[in-house]
Design a protein around this ligand. Sequence first.
Ligand SMILES: Nc1ncnc2c1ncn2[C@@H]1O[C@H](COP(=O)(O)OP(=O)(O)OP(=O)(O)O)[C@@H](O)[C@H]1O
Length: 337
Amino acid sequence: MIELNHVSKTFQVGKKKIEALKDVSLTIRKGEIFGVIGFSGAGKSTLIRCINLLERPTSGHVIVDDKDILKLSKRDLLKLRRKIGMIFQGYNLLETASVYENIAIPLKLEGVAKDEIERRTEKYLDIVGLTDRRDAYPSQLSGGQKQRVAIARALAHEPEVLLSDEATSALDPNTTESILELLLKINAELGITIFLITHELNVIQRVCDRVAVMEKGQIVEQGSVVDIFARPKEAMTQQFIRNESRLSIPESIRRDLLKSGRLVNLTFLGESAKDPFLATVAKKFDVLPSIIAGGIDQLKDQSIGNLLVHLKGDRSETEAAIQYLKQQEILVEEADY
Ligand SMILES: Nc1ncnc2c1ncn2[C@@H]1O[C@H](COP(=O)(O)OP(=O)(O)OP(=O)(O)O)[C@@H](O)[C@H]1O
């Protein structure tokens, strides 16, 4: 549905050239939720803005529904932008207009008929759960409610795609969760394709079908969320996952445990959890495994388990046990650092 082919974007700041995007290619499929994750400055905002040409690529192609949108006339580009809604971290609401008016005014400017404006505004206020706040002003709303208004405003144009630029970054964890649930509902019930950028791993985990990891203007890894989380290949991806979801223990306990064996971080998909791999390790090798810490991350359609395991035994037996674990459907990282 949306294809970026070899897209590059260079900003000229004085004499300096900043390469914000370097040869980025990706495909967003109809009906999916695609996320891009990266640290600040990776190029995510520039990338998302290239999809509706708020930013024009320096080179490459942006294809939407088989059309190269860089070649569209101004009029056709305006038409296309209506198919692509956008929400932002800062909501961008009109402070002097009510919730209802924030949704209705842009429709009026677009020339939508009065009764259609009423129908759509009421429909999307209901979908985002704000019917009872229709007369409130933005200053009377919480951050999560403001983002709901912004989502209703975007949906009221009945887009096929919703672009989300760090939409939950300013929200607390509970509010983030409720907005993510709303995005899942919009995707499932209205069939809207969602492309989002974020620096938060949990956003990707919770809602995305596929993910691309960005670093210094390039995509370093992309694939299904399950694959990337269970088997991250690139150092950057591993760093993201380790930063946020790896288990850690106090240094003194770690040092103690290492005196009598090895420590390993095991990551496995829901279905692999059914295999009694730790019992097998205890049986097969002269090793006593014990679980030091554990957790489960919920992905959109699956769960991923993390265990920090101590393998008690001598070097050769624990090494053989680690090699055995690596042959299973488990990501094994030695945590002896
Ligand atoms: N309009 C601009 N003019 C000059 N440089 C820019 C412009 N927009 C972005 N950049 C530069 O391009 C690079 C990528 O920025 P971008 O905002 O796309 O990254 P990001 O991953 O979205 O980071 P953040 O989350 O901090 O916004 C940065 O070095 C940034 O300074």
